[in-house]
Design a binder for this molecule. Sequence first.
Ligand SMILES: [Zn+2]
Length: 620
Amino acid sequence: MKAAVSAVALALSLAACTTAAADQPVTSAAAPPAPAAGTKAPATAEAAQEFVSRAEKELAELNVIQQRADWVNATYITDDTDALAAHFGALNTELRVRLATEAARYAEVPGLSSDTKRKLDMLRGSLTLPAPSTSGAAAELSQITTRLQSTYGKGKGTLRGQPISGSDIEAAMGTNRNPAELKEMWTSWHTNVGTPMRADYARMVEIANQGAKELGYADVGALWRSKYDMPPDEFAATTDKLWGQVKPLYDQLHCYTRARLNAKYGDAVQPKSGPIRADLLGNMWAQEWGNIYEIVAPKGAGDIGYDLTSLLKQKKYTPEKIVKTGEQFFTSLGFAPLPQSFWERSMITKPADREVVCHASAWDVNNLDDIRIKMCTKVNADDFVTVHHELGHNYYQRAYNRQPFLYLDSANDGFHEAIGDAIALSVTPDYLVQIGLLDKSKVPSADKDIGLLLNQAMDKVAFLPFGLLVDRWRWGVFNGEITPSNYNRAWTDLRRQYQGITPPVERTEANFDPGAKYHIPGNTPYTRYFLARILQFQFYKAACDQAGWKGPLHRCSFYGNKEVGRRLNAMLEMGASKPWPDALEAFTGTREMSGEAMIEYFRPLMSWLQEQNKGRQCGW
Ligand SMILES: [Zn+2]
């Protein structure tokens, strides 16, 4: 998780607090966006360039003070800091709306430089859900999105007939192994949370589509897909191609997992064929399956031979020492040490005396070198990996800090998370030996790898079809292929088509199951998570190739390799200044995203799964 300067994240997280402020600039900026006739300044290439410079200056100024307010709010939650954060958030939304409308006027002006064109597109597309200029529309949209988010936030399911909150039910889905109780939790959550959102969601789609059209997009889905440096349809085709590359691995994992669930629960709960019951996979949305690893773990291979948490405790690591170790990973690649202010200003452990947001995040508060992390770090394996991930964001932010404001971001929205995750993948036994945590004689033999890989695949591979279908559904909703009369049917069908799962009970069009997933009422685009899962393996493999690694990919360590650091930096320092294929090429030498590295990483697991699945009828 990072605190991005990305307008998407900002505009979105603020939707809940901007009712009063957001509508005003929209109605006052009601001049038709295109054609340019009727606007005050003549729409020339020079005027466009001037507008862009002014926009960047205004955004940069507001952004720094807003980040300060957000930081204080996240590390010291009070009514006052909530109000401060909401105040600057509202100002930011107001500014973004004004700039998007003005940018649209210049979209088709002849003679634009490529930089000006790129920045105009960024400004125009910076709102996730644009309101149209129609009187009252912005206020209505803001009320609806606020209501959707609050319905989700207050949502409750039931367990054994008793109400249970969102975070508790999520945890219980991971540990409960009683099929009747799992079914009760799944059904109550989806029904209670999703169903009341249906009418609001349909109205929201109508309004936001109008807004997108005014800005020159076919619909909101096309606006979202426009951020990938290619025509919207071509981007959709690219994600299809990536899915095609990794699907055979998913199919084997699905087949094996279904058989293990059948062995545990019997035919009446989980049949040997057909889709998997959605509530049995250890997660409310069946999006990551790591919580049921113990059900699928191969005998003996579940134990990898060492336990990172106990190693950290034995060696007397503190949270600060874990962060120092993460820093050392980057300095070993040739990156500069973290600034002194990082150590003074970061929140590394949970303060005893106040409420904070513990969810890990990485910040660059002044967009220069005021980088920080915010974590409630504990001395365990998970947080050791998370620290490496978060510092990946910090080093990315620092690498592109000389770019103009609108380019202070990753090459596309999948890149930032993928960098953090690629670094986290590097926490291999070899790396632990290199930093003196693991004794060389304790490095697990290759026969332990299946457990390790299966454990990872249950999260990373299992996630892929879900990561794809959330926006498949929304793209269909926004372009009208999916209508309110088949919202739920289409969702259930996509879940079955891509994930091979099915609800534990019959669903109807009275329900609105998509609403039971946070990112739908929260209006967060989701394809970025799919891309990040794919790209992290591509980045990791590129680093391993550059380091001359010859063993199995999942065992590689490129710790200490300055050449990898140099190539990595060449990509990171570009920020969002060039189309993402340029950035990808700078580090990996290829201009295409590819699922092949992920396949290579899991190759030993793939063979093992095929062996286990012999004689089984896979698919659904
Ligand atoms: Zn992250």
